[in-house]
Design a binder for this molecule. Structure first.
Ligand code: ASP
Ligand code: MG
Length: 423
């Protein structure tokens, strides 16, 4: 059996949904679990709704935009106004409304998950019906019944044993009836059935979890790019397609911020030796990139990764004494407690400088906490450029006009933090 993952761009409108059924029909009589994200920019729209709800503002406009967007797609996909998908859509929105009717309370991350998870619930219900009507017999599974997590809302951790058991039992059960099972990426639930999410762009990870649990022959992530490139083609025009890369290189690339895959995707597949294909949903017959076990590492071309909107935090002791091991440990503990990933770190005698993603729902707690003990200097909106397998030519070419705040070099990886130039 195989696992396919379709992200937001691959289900952004009715034409895109039709394309998915075309891709599925290229694989007749194969058992396939299809993991689907929210349509287009729906998760961003739900985040806007969540923000309005939490601040007790009027959210009717955000909710209406969400409804109108999905109703346009449904209207285009289903010719009959009496199609059962309309009732299912209404019932799903009523559930969401019931959540919004309650007063917001203190646990923002919990409430985020309850609201933002509706993007995937809506997209999969619509696509499951459309696929069914168009010759792809399938069953819909609620990911909340198979993906078990702890209660770290907004970035929950997988409870592996329970998750593997649920996936095996429930998906295999459906495979006795049909070849195609459709479920949501990104969402899960605690053992108490409370909805959780796995972090933005987490649907890739869901596909890997399911693939590993079922010992899939392969997992394929369908994208709007031809595969994994040596850089994001929207940022680096000369980026080239990589035919194959090792699990290790994929882990490193995503760790440094390559957006092509969610960083947690690779490990479960590597553990089971399951190949990961990254392919174009526009040209589904092209080979794309295979991420797999390689006995010997390849000689890679330079791979470039640009992370924008980074926060640089410079921490000093208040009495200007040395930064001690105890201080370092305190600082790291605060970051870990708030699940803040540090993208680059340097320290001198009296200061420690960190660079991290500017996610205010995490950083505001970290900064508040650190400021009790330390002096801090903050620079927002800096950029982190990483070059894997660098040579001096590419460093010169990419860095020559930049104002460099920090620089770090290891045998395989070169990184700089810069202030972006006004465009
Ligand atoms: N819909 C979620 C997001 O946009 C998850 C995903 O697309 O992977 O972050
Ligand atoms: Mg997405």
């Amino acid at each position: 059996m195989k696992v396919f993952k379709f992200g937001g761009a691959s289900v952004k409108d009715a034409t895109a949904v039709r394309n998915i059924t075309n891709i599925l029909s290229l694989f007749p009589n194969e058992k396939i679990v299809v993991v689907i994200s929210a349509m287009g920019k729906t998760t961003n729209a739900l985040e806007a709704l969540f923000k309005a709800y939490m601040s007790k503002a009027n959210y009717s406009e955000e909710l209406q935009t969400l409804k109108d967007f999905h109703l346009t797609v449904i209207g285009d996909l289903f010719k009959s106004k009496d199609h059962p998908v309309y009732d299912i859509f209404d019932a799903t929105l009523k559930e969401l409304q019931a959540i919004l009717d309650k007063e917001p309370f203190d646990n923002a991350n919990y409430q985020y998950d309850q609201i933002v998870s509706y993007g995937e619930l809506l997209s999969t219900k619509i696509i499951s019906h459309y696929a069914h009507d168009n010759g792809v017999n399938n069953r819909w599974i609620n990911a909340k019944s198979i993906i078990r997590t702890d209660n770290k809302y907004r970035e929950a951790n997988i409870l592996w044993d329970n998750t593997n058991e649920q996936i095996k039992a429930r998906v295999e059960n459906k495979f006795n009836e049909v070849d195609v099972v459709i479920t949501q990426g990104f969402i899960g639930s605690t053992p108490e059935q409370l909805t959780t999410t796995l972090g933005r762009e987490g649907s890739d990870f869901t596909a890997a979890i399911i693939g590993a649990a079922l010992d899939a022959a392969s997992v394929t992530v369908w994208k709007d790019v031809p595969g994994i490139l040596t850089g994001d083609p929207k940022v680096f025009e000369s980026a080239q397609l990589l035919d194959r890369i090792s699990y290790n290189e994929a882990i490193e690339m995503t760790y440094y911020g390559a957006k092509v895959l969610h960083p947690k995707t690779i490990k479960p597949l590597e553990n089971k030796g399951i190949p990961l294909n990254v392919k174009s949903f526009i040209e589904p017959k092209q080979k794309g990139t295979v991420v797999e076990k390689l006995e010997q590492e390849l000689d890679y071309k330079p791979i470039t990764i640009l992370e924008k909107k980074q926060l640089q935090i410079k921490v000093r002791t208040k009495d200007l004494s040395f930064i001690s091991e105890q201080n370092l440990s305190d600082i790291y503990k605060v970051c870990a407690a708030n699940q803040l990933k540090i993208n680059l770190m340097q320290h001198s005698a009296v200061s420690l400088t960190l660079v991290c993603d500017d996610k205010p729902y995490k950083t505001k707690h970290v900064l508040a906490n650190l400021s009790e003990q330390f002096h801090m200097e903050i620079k927002s909106d800096v950029e982190l450029l990483t070059i894997r397998h660098y040579d001096y030519e590419i460093i010169y070419e990419l860095c020559k006009d930049k104002k460099i705040l920090m620089e770090s070099k290891s045998q395989s990886t070169y990184q700089i933090v810069t202030i972006p130039q006004p465009s």
